[in-house]
Design a protein. Sequence first.
Length: 257
Amino acid sequence: MMNEPAEHDGTSVATGKSRRLARAGMLVALGLLLPATLRPCLTLHPTQAGVLCALLFTGTGLLGLLLATTLWNRVLLRGRLRGELRRGNLAAGVVATAHAAAFGIVAAHTFVADTLANLAVGAIFFVVSVIALVALSLLFRGLTSYADDQEILGENLAAATSYSGLVVALSMIVGHAADGAFEGWLPALRGFAVFLLWAILLYPVRQIVVGRWLLGFPLILRGGALDRAIAQDHDWVVSCVEAAGYLAAALLASGIS
């Protein structure tokens, strides 16, 4: 009986940390979204109409960001994210942060325009980008021998870090794919799809650059020492190296294209 208050305090502290992580992700998303949606209209049209234009883009982007983040959190952890945050699961907090930041990146690329005529185009491209981001993340995580959702529910911070690095890197590629002047749906969607091919770069980066070169693991097509280090050993350093590799590849793709 004497230990109950201490245990309760420990759970409360952990709960607070995981929730703060989730809120931090939304803060990053807002930091990305607000300048991108407010600046164009206010710069080109510093009038009441420009303010209205900026607010509509920002409001629509924020609504899309919140809906997409909520849905992805629900799909990944089967509706258990809120409960995991209350339980103090830091891995769930890291994933919630990554989801918010990733959709913030996508929204900051798709809701950028200086006229209300392009608001519908931005909204449609946001939906297309969200679908592409989720599909690519599921495809790439299928290359691992462990299930990300189960590892995250099991409070595996290494798996959450690896997953989060992948998601943010893919969001950078998807967001960049949505950039550019709109010249019709067919050329816009064609250019979008072509740029998404850069996502393939993340696979050799993981297996060769991260697994073989940086970490010295035997080269293998799937699974192997890299997966064991994350799923079994919960090696957070390995997962950070993997996440950094994904981000470097995304920066490279976005920078040279």
